[in-house]
Write a protein that binds this ligand. Structure first.
Ligand code: CUA
Length: 349
């Protein structure tokens, strides 16, 4: 009964914080750069068309000349078997095939440089949302420096409409190897390189859950380094930030689980804001995702499974089942600890 009322209170709270809306947003799984819904993605599509048109014209000219030569000078009955007259040292022809490709290359360089400048060196407007994304093998650490929020794998940002622009500026970093941030409908790929800060921005014109993934091979679970960008109305985004800023739920019915979590190796890698850890005081684990509001995320293991207590149990029992090769080991928890820890984590809305 107590649990039912806690669950009900949580549901009410979720509705009040706008998280309910996040579940009703349209799922945008399109991995197609020709259906952009954000200015940087538009700019990249336009540049892609310029490049495609230029290269298509080159293809038609080269293939046309080749076809013409093959047909016109093919072997015919009655040929004398000798080679046709050869032309050497025509400075007009040599100038033409040197200068024209140089001009074409210069045009392509200018188009590319302008696009990179617009996306990676753009000045950040006052009202922009700043997000720091750190790539890890094989998940995304996400910080909102302006709000003090830390989360993982799912980036909530506000919609940015023409009459009320609110872009999001990303700082991209890596904790280990090179990864690449790619949400096709929002922007092109930008690498996350160790010891380097890369920047880009997004301004989604429509709300929805945009699907993305790591686009640079980074090891065994590269294909399961998935990413979601949850684009909400301004008010829902602010409500989400407010909710993420609250310390973790302390539910007396899961005291055992909280104790088990804070006294096993879980706390070496995962932080839960507000959790008391014996001997250390508070959590400091940063090697794995922050779990303060774990259950407010849609997926587990960077998109490998839906977030629910059953999958969470499977994950903790042995992460290597759901995501072979991932860096979270099988902790060999006994059944009582496994049950209590899953119960505890399931309260972290
Ligand atoms: Cu990270 Cu591929």
């Amino acid at each position: 009964m107590r649990r039912a009322s806690v669950a009900l209170a949580c549901l009410v709270a979720l509705g009040a914080t706008g998280l309910q809306a996040a579940e009703e947003l349209p799922m945008r799984r399109i991995a197609n750069m020709f259906e952009p819904l954000s200015t940087p993605a538009h700019i990249i599509m336009e540049s892609a068309y310029v490049v495609l048109i230029i290269t298509f014209v080159i293809f038609v000219v080269v293939a046309g000349l080749l076809a013409y030569a093959c047909i016109k000078f093919r072997a015919k009955p009655g040929d004398d078997g000798k080679e046709p007259p050869q032309i050497y040292g025509s400075s007009q022809i040599e100038m033409a095939w040197t200068v024209i490709p140089i001009l074409i290359t210069v045009v392509l360089i200018i188009v590319t440089a302008r696009t990179i400048g617009q996306i990676q060196n753009a000045p950040m407007p006052e009202n922009a949302v700043e997000v720091r994304v750190v790539g890890h093998q094989w998940w995304w650490e996400i910080h909102y420096p302006g709000y003090g929020v830390v989360t993982a794998n799912e980036i909530h940002i506000p919609v940015s409409r023409k009459d009320a622009p609110r872009p999001t500026f990303l700082l991209l970093q890596s904790a280990d190897v090179i990864h690449s941030f790619w949400v096709p409908q929002l922007a092109g790929k930008t690498d996350l390189v160790p010891n380097r800060d890369n920047r880009m921005w997004l301004d989604p014109h429509e709300t929805g859950v945009y699907f993305g993934n790591c686009a640079e091979y980074c090891g065994t679970q590269h294909a399961n380094m998935l990413l979601r960008v949850i684009v909400e109305e301004e008010a829902d985004f602010e409500a989400w930030i407010k909710q993420q800023n609250t310390p973790a739920v302390v539910d007396a019915s899961v005291d055992q689980g909280r104790h088990d979590f804070s006294t096993t190796s879980c706390v070496n890698c995962h932080n839960i804001k507000g959790l008391e850890v014996p001997a250390i005081g508070s959590g400091t684990g940063v090697f794995g995702p922050d779990l303060t509001h774990l259950m407010s995320r849609q997926t587990i293991g960077a998109g490998v499974a839906d977030m629910n207590p059953e999958n969470l149990r499977d994950w903790i029992k042995d992460p290597q089942n759901l995501k072979p090769g991932c860096l979270m080991p099988d902790m060999r928890l006994g059944k009582p600890e496994l049950d209590s820890i899953v119960e505890y984590l399931s309260t972290l809305k």
